[in-house]
Ligand binder design. Structure first.
Ligand SMILES: *Cc1c(COP(=O)(O)O)cnc(C)c1O
Ligand SMILES: [Zn+2]
Length: 386
């Protein structure tokens, strides 16, 4: 029988999943979920929960809080292939999840866990999409959600979602990193809240399913995605380790984590020789990856090393140029998501990715998530068209 524990990736200490813990008592590292005797089998549920046996085998089905997230489409587009100089480039659209971003995949698992542990209050810091997802799933579960938002720094569409779903909004003076520090402080004072940030290891479990779905359909040489707080980077390597150790894949695709130049502490860390990450003051047009002190950097390093991965960074201009191509192809995404394509183009130009390689790029959020960048357009008179 599979059973799950919270395990420290640094010192190996294990803790019961019935304790509401995020960090190791012994060494302070952020805990992982670890499934003893994990087996690969799917169940008759849609999307994320199809993979229940690899993400939360022990939770009773009656505790699962789901909106049918996951099972998102994979697109191809000639316009995008030409732009990237890669014939076999596939875009998996995570903006098609219920609240419009991949955050729903982690949130369904974390909020279900909050229900299993009988919490009635949730808390998170957010650049926007986490709060939208946290507010929706908490409301669905009948819990009160509290979201710490750097009010002047997030897209009004994302704030609109959180407010509409009934979240209690805590307006933080500062940026995402200030909000995250406030969550950590709250944790030291009270255990009344279930914390939904990506230091929550169950969110990572849910986000693994993006990779399970990709590897069922494609055999990519590279998998690219934007990297901010590094939850996805952590989850994707863990998913590949699962599939490899269970014999479901016979090779490991290279993970390609893309940061914005103005918010690239992980890039600096991976390309430098320091033992810990050096926080930066983050600035980029792509608010979802405007993060200067990512909590998951150690787990993320493990993912990059396991997959012989790449960490690249790109300018805001490169992000917006890629976004225009994705939008004009009819697929569309929010600015941060376009980093996944912009980074591929940069690596194609530098010869790391070849025109014959197969690439899967993950579009993390929906076009409507951020409407502050209206493209130029001109209006016509009726008499102009017939
Ligand atoms: C949260 C988010 C990211 C960053 O993901 P991490 O797992 O924090 O690295 C990227 N794009 C979008 C749209 C997001 O919502
Ligand atoms: Zn430890």
């Amino acid at each position: 029988m599979t059973f799950s524990v919270l395990k420290c990736p640094n010192c190996g200490e294990e803790f019961s999943i019935n304790r509401n813990k995020y960090t190791c008592d012994r060494c302070g590292d952020i805990l992982d979920v670890y499934h003893h005797d994990m087996e690969y089998s799917t169940i008759a549920m849609k999307g994320v929960w199809k993979y229940k046996n690899m993400i939360h085998p022990e939770i009773p089905n009656s505790k699962i809080i789901t909106r049918g997230e996951g099972d998102t489409n994979i697109y191809r587009s000639q316009r995008i292939s030409e732009y990237a100089g890669i014939k076999n480039i596939h875009l998996k659209h995570e903006g098609e999840n219920p609240t419009g971003s991949f955050k729903d995949r982690g949130m369904t698992v974390a909020v279900s866990e909050a229900a299993r542990l009988e919490f009635n209050k949730t808390l998170c810091a957010s650049t926007g999409n986490t709060s939208a997802a946290a507010a929706s799933y908490s409301a669905l579960a009948g819990m009160d959600s509290y979201v710490m938002i750097p009010g002047k720094n997030i897209s009004s569409n994302k704030l609109f979602q959180a407010v509409s779903y009934g979240a209690n909004i805590v307006d933080i003076e500062g940026d995402f990193d200030t909000a995250m520090a406030d969550v950590k402080q709250a944790l030291e004072k009270t255990r009344d809240f279930y914390v939904l940030n990506s230091l929550n290891p169950w969110r990572i479990e849910g986000q693994k399913t993006i990779i399970y779905e990709i590897m069922e359909k494609l055999k990519p040489d590279f998998i690219s995605f934007p990297a901010g707080n590094l939850g996805n980077t952590s989850a994707f390597g863990k998913a590949l380790m699962d599939l490899k150790s269970l014999g479901k894949i016979d090779y490991v695709p290279r993970l390609v984590a893309i940061q914005a130049e103005g918010a690239s502490p992980f890039y600096e860390y991976m390309h430098g020789n320091k033992n810990s990450i050096t926080p930066v003051r983050a600035e980029t047009i792509a608010s979802a990856i405007r993060i200067g002190n990512p909590v998951n950097y150690k787990k993320a390093r493990r993912s990059i090393e396991f997959s012989n991965g790449i960490v690249e960074r790109i300018s805001d201009d490169e992000i917006m140029s890629a976004k225009r191509v994705i939008d004009r192809s009819g697929i569309g995404c929010e600015p941060a998501s376009a980093a996944a394509l912009a980074g591929v183009l940069k690596l194609r130009n530098s010869g790391v990715i070849d025109s014959g390689d197969t690439v899967a790029s993950i579009l993390t959020g929906h076009l409507l998530k951020d409407v502050s960048f209206m493209p130029e357009y001109k209006t016509l008179e009726v008499s102009d068209i017939f």
